[in-house]
Design a protein around this ligand. Structure first.
Ligand code: AMP
Length: 216
């Protein structure tokens, strides 16, 4: 099964992808995570992408599509793919069709996480994660049970994404509205889009996504 999680930044795509991995043994392909790894490792792609990402604008279609192609190549054909943060433009959607076909895969579902923008800004600006294991936290909604200690691995180190500030978030939202939302009709025409209420509690969102996957 190959699915796209579509929604603006902060809609919960990463959170839900983590649950799909646990429940269904799928693999998350997040271009944002791949780019952040490239920036941290100071690879040629990372050096190119760094300033663009910090501004909230989009990295070039060629770069992200090449990253996705390479990831799929490294995956066994039996492992399902969850595309998170990709495709983000019509050109990327077109590339994804070609890439999937070349790997003998087809797209089963596009799950749109529908959310309220102002609420999203609140969600994003407060979020941080464990620097060791990546467990996600939030200033308002999910603090560690023991202050300053990760619930999952006990680490005392946490980090925040550089692009999780209000100005950059607004730019990322504008990019989503202008370039990513317009690709939905393309998938709607194929009858593979399901809309899930991304403002519902996390478990309910997971149940709604599971119901979509169970539908075939
Ligand atoms: P994300 O973690 O998905 O919110 O992505 C963080 C940043 O990485 C975005 O604001 C873009 O600058 C860049 N990025 C991630 N995925 C893509 C993509 N599919 N196309 C272009 N830029 C991307």
């Amino acid at each position: 099964m190959n699915i796209i999680l579509l929604g603006p930044p902060g809609a919960g795509k990463g959170t839900q992808a983590a649950r799909l991995i646990e429940r269904h043994g799928m693999r998350q392909l997040s271009t944002g995570d791949m780019l952040r790894a490239a920036v941290a490792a100071q690879t040629p792609i990372g050096l190119k992408a760094k300033a663009v990402m910090e501004s909230g604008a989009l990295v070039s279609d060629e770069i992200v599509s090449a990253l996705i192609d390479a990831e799929l190549l490294a995956m066994g054909p039996e492992v399902g793919a969850i595309f998170d943060g990709y495709p983000r433009t019509a050109a990327q959607a077109e590339s994804l069709d070609a890439i999937l076909a070349s790997h003998g895969r087809a797209l089963d579902h596009v799950i749109e996480l529908a959310v309220d923008e102002d609420e999203l800004v609140r969600r994003i600006v407060g979020r941080y994660s464990c620097a060791q294991c990546g467990e996600g936290y939030h200033d308002q909604f999910k603090q560690p049970r023991v202050p300053g200690t990760c619930d999952k691995c006990g680490s005392h180190e946490f980090k925040r994404r550089k692009d999780d500030n209000e100005d950059t978030v607004r730019t990322r939202m504008a990019e989503y509205r202008a370039k990513t939302a317009p690709i939905l009709p393309l998938y709607e025409a194929r009858g593979i889009v399901s809309r899930v209420d991304g403002m519902a509690p996390i478990d309910q969102v997971t149940d709604a996504i599971d119901a979509v996957l169970a539908s075939g």
